[in-house]
Write a protein that binds this ligand. Sequence first.
Ligand code: ADP
Ligand code: TZD
Length: 589
Amino acid sequence: MSAVLKPGTASTNENQAGGEASVNAEETIDGFHLVIEALKLNGIDTIFGLPGIPITDLTRKMQAEGLRVISFRHEQHAGNAAAAAGFLTGKPGICLTVSAPGFLNGLTALANATTNCFPMILISGSSEREIVDLQQGDYEEMDQLAIAKPLCKAAYRVLHAEDIGIGIARAIRSAVSGRPGGVYLDFPAKLFSQAVDAAAGRRSLVEVVDPAPRQIPAPDAVQRALDVLKGARRPLIILGKGAAYARADAEIRAFIEKSGIPYLPMSMAKGLLPDTHEQSAAATRSYVLAEADVVVLIGARLNWLLSHGKGKTWGGANAFGRKFVQIDISPIEADSNVPIAAPLVGDIGSCVGALVNGLGAGWARPPAEWTAAIVERKDKNLAKMAETLAKNPSPMNFQSALNVIRDVVKANPEAIVVNEGANTLDFARSIVDMYEPRKRLDVGTWGIMGIGMGFAVAAAVTTGKPVIAIEGDSAFGFSGMEVETICRYGLPVCVIVFNNNGVYKGTDVNPRGGDVAPTVFVKGARYDKMMEAFGGVGVNATTPDELRKGLTEAVASGKPTLINAVIDETAGTESGRITSLNPTAAKKK
Ligand code: ADP
Ligand code: TZD
C-alpha cells in the first residue's frame, strides 16, 4: 500500500452511502511515497545510503516498497557505490544521506563521479529552509544546494511534494544525458510528510522518455575524420572509459578489426576487447604514443593520464604534426589540450558506427611496417614480463602476487576487478588482463584512494558476479570498515590487501626516532582478521600458492573473503609510476 489516508477520513467515509468513491477521492499520498514511486517509475531498484534524520523513515519505506536498500558505514562509500552502479548499469546510481555532515561525506563521491563522467544522484535530506536561510542554528544546518553546485553537473531542490516527480526527472536526465555526471537533489525534511491528493500526486510523476538520447554526428564531421584517417601511416586508436560506458561494444570491435588499426585501452577500457587481442598495443604503449601520426580518441580525454597529448610521452620536440580525431559527446572537449584536427561530436555508438560504414571497401589497412614494428616490440616486452612473473621471490613482490590474480581472472573472465593503491594499481593494470567490457573499476581520473569497498559492493550488488578487489594496504584503509557491509549482505567479494606495511612501501624511517615515518603502518598487520570479525573468511597468504588457494576458493564459494597478501616491504616505488608528478621523489630516484 503506498497511499496514506488522511487521519479520520476512512471512518467518516465508512458511514457514508457509496463510501467507496469518496474514500478514493479523499486518499492522499505523502512525499515519502512520491519519491519512492518516482524512482520506481524510472526503473531505479537499488539505493545506496546511510540512515538518520531526516531520511531514516525514507530508507525503511523504500525497503517496505521493494527497493533494495544497501546501508553503508560511511556515506562516501555509499556515494562511490552509487557512482560505480551508474557506470555499470548506465542508469544513475542513487546515494541517500542525511543533512550537513552526511551530505558532505557523500559529496566527495559526487564530485569524483562528475570528474569521471559517471551518472549518479546524491539525494540528501536537509534542515528547514526558513531556519537555514536565516542562519538560526538548526540541527545540521547547512546550505547544501549552494555547496553542491560547483562540484556536480546539476543541483536541484524540491520544496513541494507535487514537484517531486519533476525534480527526480530533472535529476535523472541531467545525470545520464550528454556527458554523464553527478547530480545533487536536495529534499528538505518537511517535504516527506507533505500530503497531496493521491491521484494528482501520481499524475505529477514523470517517467523520463529517452533519458540519454543518441546524438548523431554530422556527416561532414564524419567525412573529415575519415579523411584524416585515410592519410595516416601510423594510426592509433585510444579507448577510454567513455567508450566502455557507451556500451557500443560491437561497433568498437568492428571499427578496430575492420580498420586494422592498433589500439590502446585506458585502464577502465581494458576488456572492451580482450587484452589478449592481437591489435592491442598496450604492451608497447610508449612506442605507439611517441610514434603514431594519427590518433583516434574514443571516449578518452587528453588529460594528465595521457600527458595532455604533448611532451616527451608523445615524441617531444620531434613531434611532427600529429593529428587527432576525437570522438566525444561533449562538444567542448576538443582542443582542451592540443588542437584536434577532426572533432566528432556525438554518442560513441553512432560516431563509431558512422566511421565503420565510411571505411568502405577501398579502405587500406595500416602499413605493415607500422603493425609489424608494434608486434615485434610487444612480443619482446611480453616475453620480458613473463620472465618477471615466473620468479618466485620470498616474501612475495607485486608481480608474483599479481601473477596469481592474473590466472584467476583469466579463468573467471566475468569477475569484476576493483583496483586502488599506487604500485598495486600500476602493476595490476599492466599485469592482470581483462577479457570482457566494464569489468575493471579503479581510481579513475583523480587517482583517488577510497573507492575500493564502495565500488566492490556496487559491482557485486548490480551484477551478482564475483568481485576481486586488489587493494594497496593504504588504499584499503580508506574504506576498510565496509567489510562489515560486505559480510552483512553476504556479497561475493574477495578483497586482496597488498600488505607492504605502508603507503608505497614500509621502509621509511623517521630520522629523529620516536614516531614512525608518515608513510609507515603497523608492521605485520593482519587485515584478514577484519573480515573474520564479521563472519567472513580471512586468509593470511605469504606465498603465491596460498594466495591462489584463497582466491580460487573465494571465487568458487562467493563468500566474503579478505586475503592479507604479505608483500616485500621494500618493493614499492614512491607514487608508483607517477613519480614524475612528485618532483622531490623524482629527484631522489
Ligand atoms: P579515460 O580516463 O579512460 O581516458 P575519460 O574519463 O578521460 O576516460 O574520458 C571519458 C570521455 O568519454 C569524456 O570526455 C566523456 O564526455 C566521454 N563520453 C562518455 N560517455 C560518452 C558517450 N556515450 N558517447 C560519447 N562520449 C562519451
Ligand atoms: N588521499 C586520497 C583521497 N587520494 C590519494 N590519491 C591520496 C591520498 C595519495 N595517495 C596516492 O596517490 S596512492 C596512496 C595515497 C595515500 C596510497 C599508496 O599506498 P598503498 O599502495 O599501500 O595503497 P602501494 O601499492 O603500497 O603503493
